[in-house]
Ligand binder design. Structure first.
Ligand code: ADP
Ligand code: MG
Length: 609
């Protein structure tokens, strides 16, 4: 086997962003795991002692190194992965700077055993603080084992700076998770203090995610798959109910490399808009594969940040891919697929396609949306809407024709209602049962079970939204105006909310210091609750830190929640409520992402009996 490692010329070395590669045990873990993957390993073991402070060892069955390469691998800017500056722009391996091993060897005691598969005998190399203490032939299995002991032993300041074992070990788990997630066809094992923590056999993407994140995520995974000539996006998103209050389960990989990117995160988060709470984090594991020429991984030394050729295009692709996946699995009806017209007119979207590429991407939604220049997206929109309607027709047996919903409530706009109504033309009576918190009705395919309060919340939220967006303000003047006496802080909050409250129908005017007169309220606020509701809203909002531009959304949600008061309903009113829910843009979830209804299919029932 020929020697393959060469020193990078200085000028090239300087073109590579320099930086601190090793900050903590987890950084060494990441570099060693990536090297094993680059070496073509199919089985990788990570052995940790004392959260990596005592030992970090990675054993792989990859291609191994010759004695010369073993020695060279510790030189700064020694790499087998780039030869020319052009290579920098088409990197497909994980590592490429040739800095990692040199940096590690400078601050630890390193023990390397390595053997190429075709060689009989391997190499044993011991290095401490960049000094080679031993290099000799040795018997060892094919592949490579790097053992890093006592990281920062010669840099006491750094060693002292290490966090508690719990914290350092958590960083290690994070790195291990990211690498193992991206390479499901590679088997991984992780040992900590002689106990096996993970044993991941080679498998598919879904199994790997579940093995890493726990069985609870399995049910929530919604597959994502879009292919265009520019970009392939695949992976999984979580259903809205799996969104969490804290970040953690958000994974982006660009060409197999884990990255953080607030902009791309925003694209996904906005695709979930209206399905989950604004402050909640949707679950996702998304792989973006694109031509390496279009992405610059060289902007940050630890390579977790990237720059794209065309950020806005990536954003638009990603957002519509996620929206589409949600729509396809009926989590959100794709009624409001509006793409920025500017995005649709971008140069890159009109690139010519080769016939082969065309074939492979023709099926993809993105292809249809983008490559036909604007038109396709409108076709898609009506298709989706039609699909949703047919699906709903299939789902529901007709309900009786309903009495008009009282006009004060009918602010969602009669048009949307009649367009979407599934009760049209029906003439036979369908029973609606009210049991505890639920409304239960029959459909062609099974039983519809709906949470009444949540349904009201969704309906109320969309009414309020409609009012605020289209300024359909309706005010009911109060017979006995109320006065609100507030603390200075509450008064300041109320001042901020006043423009929104007025659009929603509140008639409020200042009345001396920190005091306000409430003279009118939205007609659907129950009589006598006008003032209490305001107080409740202030109480709720002042305890939640939020950005200014989230005020309106928070206000709407809080109001919708407070106004959604379940009551005992006559059959007709219950049927009307069901109908009104399905006239909503997103009937399946409350604005906070709780499920509103479920359908128990007939077969499911039969299985129960
Ligand atoms: P880089 O990965 O950026 O090239 P490193 O310092 O991480 O730089 O590694 C230097 C070189 O050592 C690599 O280019 C590779 O040729 C070799 N190497 C490192 N780890 C392994 C391994 N586990 N198996 C085979 N070769 C390895
Ligand atoms: Mg490397």
């Amino acid at each position: 086997m020929p020697d393959i490692i060469q020193l990078l010329p200085d000028h090239l070395a300087n073109q590579i962003a320099a930086g601190e590669v090793i900050q903590r045990p987890a950084s060494a873990v990441k570099e060693l795991l990536e090297n094993a993957i680059d070496a073509g390993a199919t089985e990788i073991q990570l052995i940790i002692k004392d959260a990596g402070k005592e030992l970090i060892q990675v054993v792989d069955n990859g291609k191994g190194m010759t004695p010369m390469d073993a020695r060279m691998s510790f030189e700064r800017h020694a790499t087998s992965k780039i030869r020319h500056i052009d290579d920098l722009f088409s990197i497909r391996t994980m590592g490429f700077r040739g800095e990692a091993l040199a940096s590690i060897a400078a601050v630890a005691q390193v023990d390397l055993k390595t053997r190429p598969h075709q060689e009989e005998i391997g190499t044993h190399l011991v290095i401490e603080a960049s000094e080679v203490l031993k290099q000799e032939p040795a018997a060892c299995p094919p592949g490579t084992s790097f053992a890093i002991r006592n990281l920062f032993y010669n840099v006491p300041a750094r060693r002292k700076f290490l966090k508690s074992n719990t914290s350092e070990y958590k960083h290690i788990i994070d790195e291990f998770t990211r690498v193992a997630m991206a390479y499901p066809h590679i088997a991984f094992r992780l040992f900590h203090n002689n106990t096996e923590q993970f044993r991941l056999s080679a498998g598919n993407q879904k199994t790997r995610i579940v093995e890493l994140l726990g069985n609870k995520v399995e049910k929530t995974l919604v597959p994502v798959e879009e292919d265009t000539e520019l970009l392939r996006i695949h992976g999984f998103i979580g259903k809205p109910e799996s969104a969490t209050r804290t970040r953690g389960n958000q994974f982006f990989f660009i060409n197999g490399r884990f990255i953080r990117n607030a902009y791309l995160h925003h694209a996904v988060a906005t695709a979930f808009e209206g399905l989950i709470d604004k402050e909640a984090f949707p679950f996702y594991v998304l792989f973006l594969e694109l031509d390496p020429q279009r992405v610059d991984v060289n902007v940050h030394p630890t390579k977790q940040e990237v720059k794209f050729d065309d950020d806005r295009l990536m954003y638009a692709y990603l957002q519509s891919t996620v929206k589409h996946a949600l729509a396809r699995f009926n989590i959100a009806p794709a009624l409001d697929f509006t793409l920025d017209t500017e995005i649709q007119n971008m140069e890159a979207l009109r690139l010519p396609q080769s016939p082969a590429q065309k074939d492979s991407t023709r099926e993809g939604y993105l292809y249809q949306s983008f490559s036909q220049g604007g038109k396709a997206h409108f076709l898609e929109k009506s298709d989706d809407r039609q699909q949703w309607n047919t699906q709903r027709e299939k789902l529901f047996t007709p309900l009786p024709s309903l009495p008009e919903i009282p006009s004060a409530h009918d602010t969602t706009g009669g048009k949307a209602q009649s367009e979407l109504s599934f009760s049209e033309g029906a003439d036979h009576q369908q029973p609606v049962l009210q049991w505890r918190d639920y409304l239960i009705s029959t459909m062609k395919s099974g039983l519809l079970i709906m949470h009444q309060k949540r349904a009201l919340e969704r309906i109320q939220y969309e009414r309020l939204l409609e009012r605020i967006n289209h300024e359909h303000t309706v005010t009911q003047q109060l017979l006995f105006p109320a006065t609100l006496q507030l603390s200075p802080a509450d008064a300041a909050l109320l001042e901020e909310l006043l423009p929104f409250l007025r659009k929603l129908g509140y008639d409020i005017s200042p009345f001396g210091s920190h005091t306000y007169a409430v003279q009118g309220a939205p007609p659907d606020v129950p009589a006598g609750r006008e003032q209490v509701l305001l107080e409740e809203i202030l109480e709720q909002l002042k305890h939640e830190a939020q950005l200014k531009d989230q005020r309106q959304e928070k206000l709407l949600r809080t109001m919708a929640k407070r106004m959604a008061q379940p009551t005992l309903l006559a059959t007709e009113a219950a049927a009307a409520l069901i109908d009104e829910l399905f006239a909503c843009a997103q009937p399946q979830y409350t604005p906070d992402g709780a499920r509103v209804f479920t359908v128990l299919p007939r077969e499911g029932l039969e299985n129960l009996l």
